[in-house]
Design a protein around this ligand. Structure first.
Ligand SMILES: Nc1ncnc2c1ncn2[C@@H]1O[C@H](COP(=O)(O)OP(=O)(O)OP(=O)(O)O)[C@@H](O)[C@H]1O
Length: 354
C-alpha cells in the first residue's frame, strides 16, 4: 500500500511539474506565435477583407457572400487541381449545386493580373479570437476572407461594388405631408407600375419608370423614396455617382441590380459634371444633348470619375439597367433648373414631383 501511494505521489508530482512547466511555457508560446505572425506580416504583408454570411441584425443572407460562394464554386469546379476534399450543397432544382472546399483550403485566384486568395472562415461569437476552419457551429459566424498584397488596395477597393444595409424605416405615405390629390396620383402611379408586367410586355416597353423629385433641402425627397420602397416592398440601390470610376463600372454596377429595385441618384445636379454640360453650347437643342460628350469621358473636378453623359443616359434609358425589368429610377435635386433637360425629359423621368 505504501508503495502504491508512493507511486501515486510520484505521478502526482510529475503531473504537477508538467502543469507548472506548461503554465510557464504557454504565455511564452503565445508570445512566440504572435511574434512569428508579425514577422510573417512584415515579410509577406497582406490585407484582408471579410464578407460575413449574415450582416449584423440582418436575417437575410448577405448577397455578397452568396455571390462569392457561387463564384468560388464555379472556379473550383472548373479547375483540375480541385481542393482535396469537396463538400456538395444541393439547393433543389432551381439553384445550382455548390462545391465547397471542406477544409477551408485557400483558393488562389487572379484578378487583372493581381494574385488574391479566398478562404472560408468562422468567427466565434463573443470572443476576440478568429479561427479559419471549415464548418460553422451554432455559436460561430461564417465569412469569406479575401487577402491580397496591400499595394493592390486601390484596385480591390475600386472593384467592390454594392454594400448592403438593412432598411428599417417607418416612412410611409400616410404620414407624408403633401397635397392629397397629388399624393394619391403618385401612389396610383406606383401601384400601376408594380402591377404593370402585362402592360409592359404587351407594349414592348422596358419595365422601368423614372421619378424626378425636386425642391429645397428638407422638403421630404429622401422620405418619399423610403415611402415608395415601403409601399412597393422594393429594395433601394443608392448610386453614389462620384465613386463610380467610369462607364464600364457603371454598367457592372447596374447589371448586378435585381428586379424590384429603386435606383436612387441623390443630388443629381452635384453628383457629376455630366449635368448641364450642353448649356455651354447649344442652349435649347435637346436632340444634340446625347452626343455632347466625346465618348471618352471627362475628368471631373473630384478627380477620378469618367462617367459620360451618354453612358449615364444609357443607364437611364434602361439599356444596361433593364435586365429583369421592374426598376424605378429616382433622381433628387435641390436645383431643378441646373439639370440638363435631356436628362429629365419625359420618357426618361416620367414623373416630376415637387
Ligand atoms: N412633406 C413631408 N412630410 C413629412 N415629413 C417631412 C416632409 N418633408 C420633410 N419631412 C421630414 O423632414 C426631415 C427631412 O426630410 P428629407 O430628408 O426627406 O428631406 P430632403 O428633401 O431629402 O432633404 P435634402 O435635400 O437635404 O436631402 C425628415 O425627418 C422628414 O421626415
Amino acid at each position: 500500500m505504501e508503495g502504491l501511494f508512493g507511486d501515486v505521489g510520484v505521478l502526482g508530482a510529475k503531473l504537477t511539474g508538467i502543469l507548472v512547466v506548461w503554465g510557464l511555457i504557454t504565455p511564452w508560446a503565445e508570445k512566440l506565435w504572435e511574434w512569428l505572425c508579425k514577422l510573417r506580416d512584415l515579410v509577406f504583408p497582406k490585407m484582408y477583407i471579410e464578407i460575413d454570411e449574415f450582416r449584423s441584425g440582418l436575417k437575410k443572407r448577405n448577397k455578397a457572400y452568396s455571390a462569392i460562394e457561387s463564384y468560388l464554386s464555379s472556379i473550383t469546379a472548373a479547375r483540375k487541381n480541385v481542393p482535396s476534399t469537396l463538400k456538395v450543397d444541393w439547393f433543389g432544382k432551381k439553384r445550382p449545386m455548390l462545391f465547397k472546399s471542406a477544409n477551408a483550403e485557400v483558393i488562389k485566384d487572379e484578378f487583372e493580373g493581381v494574385k488574391v486568395e479566398w478562404q472560408l472562415g468562422t468567427r466565434s461569437i463573443g470572443k476576440k479570437m478568429i479561427f479559419l476552419k471549415s464548418a460553422a457551429s451554432g455559436d460561430e459566424k461564417r465569412y469569406y476572407a479575401l487577402s491580397f498584397h496591400p499595394k493592390h488596395w486601390d484596385l480591390v477597393k475600386d472593384n467592390v461594388y454594392w454594400d448592403f444595409a438593412r432598411l428599417d424605416h417607418p416612412a410611409n405615405f400616410n404620414s407624408f405631408a403633401m397635397d392629397s390629390e397629388k399624393k394619391m396620383g403618385i401612389i396610383k402611379d406606383l401601384i400601376a407600375f408594380k402591377n404593370g408586367k402585362e402592360y409592359y410586355s404587351r407594349t414592348g416597353k422596358t419595365w422601368k419608370r423614372g421619378y424626378l423629385l425636386y425642391g429645397p433641402p428638407g422638403t421630404g425627397k429622401s422620405s418619399m423614396i423610403l415611402a415608395m420602397a415601403n409601399l412597393l416592398d422594393y429594395d433601394i440601390y443608392d448610386l453614389e455617382l462620384t465613386t463610380v470610376k467610369d462607364n464600364a463600372m457603371l454598367k457592372s454596377l447596374l447589371i448586378e441590380i435585381p428586379r424590384r429595385a429603386i435606383i436612387v441618384v441623390e443630388d443629381i445636379d452635384s453628383s457629376l459634371e455630366i449635368t448641364g454640360k450642353r448649356k455651354t453650347g447649344n442652349e435649347d437643342d435637346e436632340a444634340n444633348s446625347d452626343d455632347e460628350d466625346d465618348g471618352e469621358g471627362k475628368q471631373t473636378s473630384r478627380g477620378k470619375s469618367t462617367v459620360t453623359l451618354s453612358g449615364f443616359l444609357n443607364f437611364v434609358d434602361g439599356i444596361w439597367s433593364a435586365s429583369g425589368g421592374e426598376k424605378i429610377i429616382v433622381f433628387t435635386t435641390n436645383h431643378v433648373n441646373k439639370l440638363d433637360p435631356a436628362l429629365i425629359r419625359k420618357g426618361r423621368m416620367d414623373m416630376h414631383i415637387e
